[in-house]
Design a protein around this ligand. Structure first.
Ligand code: NAP
Length: 354
């Protein structure tokens, strides 16, 4: 499958993350030497799951200290690599200062990594982990145009520092990536734009927002009803495969939406309740929009009235066909993704049924 047959050395930023864990596993299976860029290479606890992989698989890992906000910080990690996978980005829905906590690290970090790629002559391809939230902002956006489904031609035009700031940070970072890519012809940029990622982690103690959402479903946060938010869902293992294909497939180009299904929060809750029964306080139904509109902002600051008004009750309509056609991605059913993730949380004692 490799284009860059000699691409033994590859760099992965944000190597401690949920997505990066599966990507690194696949790279190690294929015998690569992974330059793993992490904030703190001395934090053995955060690296334990990667070290465990390394002992069983043919590839190898070397850790490098890198921070998105420190200029030049990826020079050592990138040296000698042909492919750079840039997955690092703060993923948080609850921030006090969106500019400082989200936009700056996402955008400056992208600039830092991609400018370094321009200075590193071995680099031939850069794969940036963007998001489907760089394609649209609110679910109500799907009603605005004349297309039924959004695809890779679409961009988020409705998020801002004060409205859906995480989505804004991903949009700004991806735009920055394409801007830098156009200033050179040494490497090609490919972006992977995943929907909401679910599925078991290489480490069950992952701190990604994906895990926080699952834990909320189990801890009674939505006991009295879950908001009817439409959401695209995808398994983390398909996201890792998409990164691999984006890196190694000769013809891969542009953006790739990676999404298995257009789903919703109530559907996720239903799948879990069907499989795990009543041992946990899963939401029993959908909360009425008026109730969420009234109390949502008091419970959770990210649920502003504007976010609620423009998202509850609107389905997500995102087209994944380019990823199937050009990268050959096969998506597993979301039932499998969700139940395997939840089972892992139970097996590891992260959630405890009564
Ligand atoms: P994650 O587990 O929280 O991983 C984020 C990674 O970014 C961590 O390795 C973290 O390092 C690193 N990072 C954050 N700030 C950094 C900084 N200042 N300098 C260096 N590294 C920094 O989240 P994830 O879910 O795997 O997300 C990975 C990528 O996928 C992100 O770009 C995210 O936006 C994107 N994405 C995620 C989803 C989803 O549903 N999870 C959906 C679409 C796109 P530390 O371990 O040191 O904190």
């Amino acid at each position: 499958m490799s284009t860059f047959v000699s691409a033994r050395e590859v760099m992965v930023s944000g190597a401690t993350g949920y997505v990066a864990g599966w990507l690194i596993k696949r790279l190690l299976e294929d015998g690569h030497h992974v330059h793993a860029a992490v904030r703190d290479p001395t934090n053995e606890q955060k690296l334990a799951h990667l070290n465990a992989l390394q002992s069983d698989l043919p590839g190898t890992i070397t850790y490098f200290a890198s921070d998105l906000l420190t200029e030049g910080s990826y020079a050592e990690a990138m040296a000698g690599c042909e492919i750079v996978f840039h997955t690092a980005s703060p993923f948080s829905l609850t921030v006090k200062d969106a500019q400082r906590e989200l936009v700056e690290p996402a955008k400056l970090g992208t600039r830092n990594v991609l400018e370094q790629a321009k200075r590193t002559l071995s680099v031939k391809r850069v794969v940036v982990t963007s998001s489907y939230v760089a394609v649209f902002g609110d679910n109500a956006d799907f009603l605005a145009g004349d297309k039924e489904f959004f695809n890779e031609d679409d961009w988020n035009t409705t998020s801002s520092l004060t409205h859906q700031p995480y989505s804004f940070s991903k949009t700004e970072a991806e735009k920055e990536a394409w801007k830098i890519a156009r200033t050179q012809d040494q490497w090609q940029l490919v972006t992977v734009n995943p929907a909401f990622i679910m599925g078991p982690g290489i480490s069950p103690y992952a701190t990604s927002e994906s895990f926080n959402f699952m834990k909320q479903l189990a801890n009674g946060t939505f006991k009295s009803g879950i908001p009817n938010f439409g959401v695209g869902l995808v398994d983390v293992r398909e996201v890792a495969e998409a990164h691999l294909c984006a890196g190694f497939t000769p013809k891969a180009e542009g953006r790739y939406i990676i999404s298995a299904a257009n789903s919703s929060f109530p559907e996720i809750a239903q799948i879990l309740r069907d499989r795990f029964g009543n041992a946990l306080p899963f939401p029993k139904g959908t909360a009425p929009k008026w109730l969420i509109w009234l109390i949502g902002p008091m419970i959770d600051k990210t649920l502003s009235r504007k976010v609620l008004a423009r998202n509850i009750g609107y389905p997500v309509k995102i087209d994944n066909s380019k990823s199937i056609r050009e990268l050959g991605i096969t998506y597993r059913p979301v039932q499998e993704t969700l139940t395997e993730m939840f089972q892992q949380l139970i097996d590891e004692g992260v959630v405890v049924p009564s």
